[in-house]
Design a protein around this ligand. Structure first.
Ligand SMILES: *Cc1c(COP(=O)(O)O)cnc(C)c1O
Length: 396
């Protein structure tokens, strides 16, 4: 497949050639643990890396490889690497790139388990970290130490939708020879491509928009060949958090409709965010597509569209927020995001319940904040459901 195909073509074709698989239109699932060598010498050569070919599915599998090639092409990187979950991908990257006495600089408000991993690496391996506000370049400069190896960024940051200017951070990092890693889960390469902005590594929880159907937990990494080969030979192979061939197949299928789905997610979210803003029971709406949103200038700079996630605060307390959520009929109460179904959750008592209340407050995660992952249903139906639930809490 030629590299100069457009994104919408790559999501369908890159990494798979039906001529090599009996003309099968859909890619086959190579559901096998190991691969047969024709003779002992071949086995020797494959282990020595002198001959191309599969050995054992933890080290590589044809169905998984198709997905790795496809995601690499979509992010504009040289190689991809697949993992059993987003967190397996995050941990393989952070453990793979650091050693004892190193330092990681991380954007404040990262995904809870990434925060947990950083804590564990500090306690067990003496890899230290600082969580900082990355909106100010001088604050970033101040926190860079001689042993800073990685800058880890999530943008938009969950659930406040705060954005980090990737070009600005990658320029600072380049001056200090630091690797910039971006968790691109919320945007997908359809909306934001960090490698094109000077960052070195992209990570996905493919559980979310890449899969898109709420039926698989998986992770992906994209970078240059050298970095991916290093991770494949160390933290992926030896810690072993690999992706199963069937999950890779589900993701290859999910990716085919990524641009179509993302466009609908974005259209629906824009409609819902506008309707929420005009509603008297709503206090504030946090959506990168809102031209009054604080980080709107960064959104227009690095995101081609505004995404499918909205957070908002209601005029009310925790009980009112819970009552709102309980009053919904179509919208499902669940964490995770990026599915066909519209999902709602209450960060203060769910995804961010482990964060101490004071720190939660600093992060803007108040008890009246609600996060919505806008699905693919008719936007009018989604709004009717939210509107009737807002009616219920009006008199609480
Ligand atoms: C879900 C998520 C993760 C973790 O991914 P899993 O697939 O659940 O392991 C990491 N980062 C972000 C931004 C996420 O939303």
């Amino acid at each position: 497949m030629q590299r100069d195909n457009k994104f919408e073509t790559k999501v369908i074709h890159t990494g798979y050639n039906s001529d090599q698989h009996h003309g099968s239109l859909a890619p086959p699932v190579y559901q096998t643990s190991t691969f047969v060598f024709p003779d002992a010498e071949t086995g020797e050569q494959r282990f020595a890396g002198e001959q191309e070919g599969y050995i054992y599915s933890r080290l590589g599998n044809p169905t998984v490889k198709m997905l790795e090639e496809r995601i690499a092409a979509l992010e504009g990187g040289e190689k991809g690497l697949a993992f059993g979950s987003g967190m397996a991908a995050v941990s393989a990257v952070l453990i793979g790139l650091t050693r004892t006495e190193d330092h990681i600089l991380c954007s404040q408000g990262v995904y809870g388990c990434t925060f947990g991993l950083l804590q564990m690496m500090k306690d067990k391996f003496r890899v230290d970290h600082d969580l900082i506000d990355m909106s100010d370049s001088s604050v970033i400069e101040q926190h860079i130490q001689p042993n800073t190896k990685v800058i880890f960024i999530e943008t938009p940051i969950n659930p406040t939708m705060t954005l980090v200017d990737l070009e600005m951070v990658s320029q600072i990092a380049a001056r200090h020879n630091i690797t910039v890693v971006v968790d691109n889960t919320f945007c997908t390469p359809y909306i934001q491509r960090p490698l094109e902005l000077g960052c070195q590594i992209v990570i996905h929880s493919a559980t979310k928009y890449i899969g898109g159907h709420g039926d698989v937990v998986a992770g992906l990494v994209v970078s240059d060949s050298e970095t991916i080969d290093l991770l494949a030979a160390t933290t992926q192979k030896d810690i072993g958090g690999i992706m199963s061939p069937f999950d890779a197949w589900l993701l290859l299928r999910g990716l085919k409709t990524l641009p179509v789905r993302m466009d609908r997610h974005c259209d629906n979210a824009m409609f819902i965010s506008k309707a929420l803003k005009e509603h008297p029971s709503i206090d504030q709406v946090f959506y990168p597509g809102d031209d009054e949103f604080a980080d709107y200038p960064i959104a227009t700079k690095q995101m081609s569209r505004s995404g499918g996630l909205i957070s908002f605060t209601i005029k009310g307390d925790k009980e009112a927020s819970q009552k709102l959520i309980n009053s919904l009929h179509l919208i499902k109460i669940a964490v995770s995001l990026g599915d066909a179904e519209t999902l709602i959750q209450h960060p203060a008592t769910m995804t961010h319940a482990v964060v101490p209340k004071e720190i939660r407050k600093q992060m803007g995660i108040t008890d009246n904040l609600v996060r919505l992952s806008v699905g693919l249903e008719a936007k009018e139906d989604i709004w009717v459901d939210i509107k009737q639930a807002l009616e219920v809490i009006k008199y609480v």
